[in-house]
Design a protein around this ligand. Sequence first.
Ligand code: TXA
Ligand code: MG
Length: 345
Amino acid sequence: MKTDRLIVDNNVNSEKIYAQAVDFLNASQVVAFPTETVYGLGAIATDEVAVKRIFEAKGRPSDNPLIVHIGTTEEVTAYIEDIPLVAKQCMEAFWPGPLTIVMKAKPGILAPSVTAGLSTVGLRMPAHPVALALLRLLKKPLAAPSANRSGKPSPTKAEHVAEDLNGIIPCIVDGGVTGIGIESTVLDVTLDPPVILRPGGVTKDMLEAVIGSVLEPTYVEQKQESTPKAPGMKYTHYAPEAPVYLIEETADIATAVATLQQQGHQVALLAPTTYAHIAADYFFTFGDEHNQQQMGANLYDVLRRCDKTDATIILATATTKTGVGSAIMNRLEKAAGDKWYKKQD
Ligand code: TXA
Ligand code: MG
């Protein structure tokens, strides 16, 4: 299959491009498009043939439900049985934006594969102008997971989508680099208090300021049977080819790199720019030190860059879990399988 790359960055001829993307979607095809978090792989959420193509293209397990993207808040009533007050407050405060709200779905409306057999569905109104323009022209909901092959880091550039899905999907709408770089917060409001199933750009503090108490299970708690979780969180995620080890910023990183090299490793170091002087075989920067926004925006790109090297081990500096750091560390812990570099005595 030939993959068309349709660039909407400069807004030249963009009407024509959106119309082309809409034609693909109405023909039950999948289309990759940018959101403010990561690129999504969209299909019309009421079209089972189209939605199945998402799972095929990604190699995604069929028990992992998809987020449904909408262009206006009015559409929520079409898919949701009863909209809880906390959900309304969240929509008011955070939409359009990086918050997915899991609610009880009206039966029989969405394509069955979207919800993967669950009685709930996650809805989100994205804040990216390209995503909104596409949704508003289409006038239908788009089921869209991140536009990567299952298990790989999510795409924050059209090039990332092409790396994974060229020749497999018919169309990528290229709107340049996404802003936040980390997927949306997934909040389950069917539970009381509501539970963050996946941390993201809308943090626990931001949510609690609007709706009161919210639970955010830690990485360890998420592994426990009794903790509510997103079906997708049990799968390997965000993983480059070489093993990733986390390292505290306070550790002696230069010695850690040298020790691994003496053991015969090619070391890729992922760290803030201030560590660029360390003699790793490859250095990829998260950006300025203590700038978690930059770290979030660069995270998946630097993880993907490691795959273009012959590094045999990846060392990534950890950050604090405050604010958006919680989402960053959630992704890094998953990429690393929670492995930490230990000093050898
Ligand atoms: O920022 C984002 O959320 C991006 C962009 C494209 O919107 N999308 C995204 O989708 O990250 P995906 O499919 O890669 O991740 C969705 C996560 C999965 O872990 C899935 O299991 C969970 O949300 N999820 C979806 N529907 C759910 C539901 N009804 N109940 C619990 N978890 C759900
Ligand atoms: Mg994903």
